[in-house]
Structure formats: C-alpha cells, structure tokens
Design a protein around this ligand. Structure first.
Ligand code: NAP
Length: 485
C-alpha cells in the first residue's frame, strides 16, 4: 500500500518552541503490516529536563494571559486540525490501525474538545464566601495548577492528547506531553499544528522515548505539580506511588471491565446493534468498551442470534483499505493476550460461535489481525470475564435475576463504565443507584462528550476528563481571608 504522507516530518520532538532531534531513536510500526514506518527520538534525560524547565519558564506569562487570548490559540489549533483532518486521519490509521472512518471521527472529536475547552477556560470562576466578621472578605481564587506532565495511551492517539492538552492550556497550565511509544506520530503532528498557531515558546512541549525512564523523570521533578495519565491500571498505580514523593496532584484514567446488562424487556435488535458497534470499535481497544455481555435467559437465544449475524457481517482489514470495519490490534503482545483469553474461555467450556483465531492469510500475513469473535456460555470464573480484554472478542454470560446480575456486574476491581438495556423506568433508577461505575449508559453506549465528566471509580481511576470538572483538574484553589477595616 502506498504511504500517502511524508512521515519524516513527524520524527522530532518539541521543546521550548523548537523542533528537537534525539541522539537515539525508537521505531514506529504499522500494525497492519508489522513494518517500521518511522523513527522518533528516544530522548535523553537532559533534554527531558529541558522540556520541564522550558514549561516552567513559560508558566508565569501563559497563566497570566487573559483566558480569551489563550482561547484564541486553542481555537486556531482546532481549526488547523479540521483543515488538515484527512492527512491527520491517515497518519493515525497508519500507526494505530483503526479504520479510516474512525480516525476521521477521532480528529473531528479532538477539534470539538479543544474548542469546548477554549470556551470553558473563560469560566474558571472563583468564589466569594460570606464572612464571619465585619470588615472581612473570604475569597477563593481558582488558579492554574502549574507545570503539568501528561502521559497518553495508544488507543486514541489524538483524542486523549486533546482531552489533556486543551484543558491544561485553557486553565493556564504549561505542559510536557509524553505520548505512547506505539502511536507518537499523531501527537507530534498535533503539536506541529499547535506550534503553527504561534503559541508562546515553552507553553507546550512534547517528548518521546523510553516510558519508564521519561516517566520517572517527570514524576521526580519538583516543578511538575500535576500528572494526568491515561492508560492501564498497572502503570497508573506505579505513577501514583511515584507522585507521592513530591506530593503531585494526580488524575488517572485507567482500565475497565465494563458490563452490559440486557434485561428481557429490552429491544434485542437495538441492543445487539449498539453492543456490536461498541465492542468492535477500534478492534475492541476502547477503555469503556464492553467486556462482559449479560443477557437474561428468557431472551438469550434470540439475542445471541442477533449478535452473531452482526458479528459475521464485520469486515476485517487494514484500516486504510476500503470498507474495513475492524482493523488490526496494536501489537503482537496485544494479539497474544487475546489468544490467551479466548483459549482459556474455550478450555473452560465457552462456546465459540464466531472467530476465535488469528488471521494469517494475505492481506493479514504480517499484521496483528484477530477475527471478530463471539463466545457464549461464558462464566465468571473465566479469565475473559475478569480481565480487560482490549480486543475484538464479545463474551456472553446468561443471568436469571436482577440481584444476581448486579452482584456479578460489580464483582470486579474496575469501575469505569456499565450499560443497561431495559424499558422499565423503576429498574433504570435502581441500576443507576447500584452499579459501581463512574459512567453508565442506559439504552445506548455513547459516553464520551466534551461537556461530560468521564472517569472511573475503584481501580479505574481518579478524577474526570471532560466537562467543567475536567478543567478543574488543572486548577488549584487559593483561599484568601482579606481584612479591610
Ligand atoms: P499503558 O501501557 O499503560 O501505557 C499508557 C502510557 O503510559 C503510554 O504512554 C506508555 O508509554 C506509558 N508508560 C508505560 N510505562 C510507564 C512508566 N513506567 N512510567 C510512565 N509512563 C509509562 O496503556 P496503553 O496500552 O497505551 O493503553 C491501554 C490502556 O489505557 C487500557 O487499560 C485502557 O483501558 C486505558 N485507557 C483508559 C481510558 C480512560 O479514559 N479511562 C482511556 C483510554 C485508555 P509506552 O507506550 O511508551 O510504553
């Protein structure tokens, strides 16, 4: 396949408003072919420190700019992403694998997030509290948190960058971003456009390189006052421990094991359509993607048949090819994990209805493709019901009573999202109350919007992204008792 874009343009980092090359490099692969498509810097420690110091130097002037001026840079950034969306979408698909149509949606979504925060930055209000004493005022200022470190994952290389960089800059913070090793090119391209707005040097810096080393550098540096991380729970816990040493504020958007519960009064066709769209988006690599499908025994057979006919219609292929619904997984390790989980489920009695194998014939030969898979007869003892799958596999579990399914749905250390399909109003209210997750979809699975506070409970995270709450994550309060008489 012909590469439609000039990849050498995306081989540098951004520090203090300058393009920077490292002395060492890391390879970036196309997951549809397994071939190296670009090299990005594996930045040395001294340069990472320079990025942090450069953000530190830019902080005072950036945080003092009127919010409307900061919004001007953000709005121009969003417009540039829209003006270059076709190239950005192709780049995203090339390094991440998702179908081009999804990448286009992600670039449009990133621009929408940036625009929303450009405006929300103007509403970072403080408070005046009635005082206890005459001649006194109690004032609460909301100030930018300082220099922030941002670490993003591979599954949404544009959206996760926008969901952190936009609120950070809108709040008046300056930043150092480290994108995922597998998908740095989209982040670099996004930064090229941010720099082209003429944003003051050092306000936004981007570094790539070995995660543990750069992460440790960011976490140890006293100038970084906040860390916002999106990624696995395992790494989130590690960063939380490291943050304790300099008492940094942390936001963690972590993994999930999201259940969907389909009650007998649900519309099975609508539920099946939504669930398949959610489950196989981005080859199943979505944090709030459905991990366990609980269906009531009374409608199990009809519902599984509806799922199966939809799963069979999914077309797998390279994301840049015409008509692909499902692309490759991100890496060989991701593929091996999916193979292990499906193997365990089948060995323990799961009924394989579709897929269940790696695709290795042309045009899949060297890519990380796995056939869209449906497994029925899954039980809570199988690894697939207990771990985050992060792949194109839909496991179906049956239930009989509401109490039983709520207990099973909540029986996980994760608490990111849950979904419920029912027409019963009282049951909807009960489900909202008893499901222990940060986000709930009722009769629908779309959750992430710029204006909504998305985030997890339990081991799925701390803090929120989106909404006014997402801006507050990048601010600190300063309380002033002002005696005037
Ligand atoms: P990951 O392996 O945890 O990596 C996430 C980021 O952390 C990457 O930039 C990675 O760098 C970096 N990292 C790895 N080790 C590190 C260390 N020791 N110190 C500092 N940083 C380190 O996650 P992923 O595979 O990219 O993404 C998938 C996970 O993200 C899933 O669990 C998914 O549920 C979660 N996620 C959650 C949300 C949410 O909103 N809750 C959204 C999207 C994704 P390298 O890539 O260079 O290793």
């Amino acid at each position: 396949m012909k590469t439609p874009i000039e990849l050498d343009r995306y081989s540098c980092n951004w520090i203090g408003g300058e393009r920077v090359q490292g002395t060492a490099a890391m390879e970036v692969e196309n997951p549809a072919t397994g071939r190296t498509i670009a090299r990005v810097p594996d930045l040395e420690d001294e340069a990472v420190d320079r990025a942090i110091e450069s953000a530190g130097q830019a902080f005072d002037s950036w945080s003092r700019l009127p919010a409307g001026v900061r919004a001007g840079y953000l709005n121009e950034w969003a417009q540039r992403l829209l003006d270059h969306s076709e190239e950005l979408a192709s780049l995203l698909t090339l390094e991440q694998g998702k179908p081009l149509v999804e990448s286009r949606g992600e670039i449009a979504g990133a621009a929408a997030i940036i625009r929303w925060y450009a405006e929300e930055g103007k509403r970072a209000y403080g408070e005046i509290i009635p005082a206890s004493n005459e001649g006194q005022q109690l004032l609460v200022y909301r100030e930018a948190a300082g220099v922030v470190g941002l670490i993003t994952p591979m599954n949404f290389p544009a959206a996760t960058v926008a969901r952190k960089v936009a609120p950070a800059l809108a709040a008046g913070c300056t930043l150092v971003l480290k994108p995922a090793e597998t998908t740095p090119l989209t982040a670099i391209a996004l930064f090229d456009h941010l720099m082209a707005t003429g944003i003051p040097a050092g306000a936004a810096n981007l570094v790539t390189g070995e995660a543990a080393r750069i992460g440790a550098r960011l976490m140890a540096h006293p100038a970084i006052r906040k860390i916002s991380f999106t990624g696995s729970t395992r790494i989130g816990k590690l960063l939380m421990e490291q943050a304790a040493r300099t008492v940094k504020k942390v936001s963690l958007e972590l993994g999930g094991n999201s259940p969907v519960i389909v009650f007998p009064d649900a519309d099975p066709e609508k539920a099946a359509a939504d669930i398949v769209a959610n489950k196989f988006e981005n080859c199943g690599q979505v944090c709030n993607g459905i991990n366990r499908i609980y269906v009531h025994e009374d409608i199990r057979d009809a519902f599984v048949a509806a799922l199966l006919s939809r799963v069979r219609r999914l077309r797998t292929g390279p994301g840049l090819s015409e008509g692909a619904d499902v692309g490759p997984l991100i890496s060989g390790a991701a593929l091996a994990k999916v193979e292990r989980l499906v193997g365990d489920a089948v060995a323990k009695g799961g009924e394989l209805l579709a897929g269940g194998r790696r695709l290795q014939a042309e045009p899949y030969a060297d890519g990380y493709f796995y056939a869209p898979t449906l497994i029925a007869g899954v039980t809570g003892e199988m690894d697939i019901a207990r771990e985050e799958i992060f792949g194109p596999v839909a496991p179906v579990l049956a239930f009989r009573t509401e109490e039983e399914v709520v207990a099973a749905a909540n029986d996980t250390d994760y608490g990111l999202a849950a979904y419920v399909y029912t027409q019963n109003f009282a049951r909807i209210h009960r489900m909202i109350r008893v499901l222990k997750t940060g986000n709930i979809g009722v009769n629908g699975t779309s959750l992430a919007y710029p204006q909504a506070p998305f985030g997890g409970v339990k081991e799925s995270g701390i803090g929120r992204e989106g909404g006014r709450q997402g801006l507050e994550e990048y601010t600190v309060l300063k309380y002033v008792a002002l005696t005037t008489e």
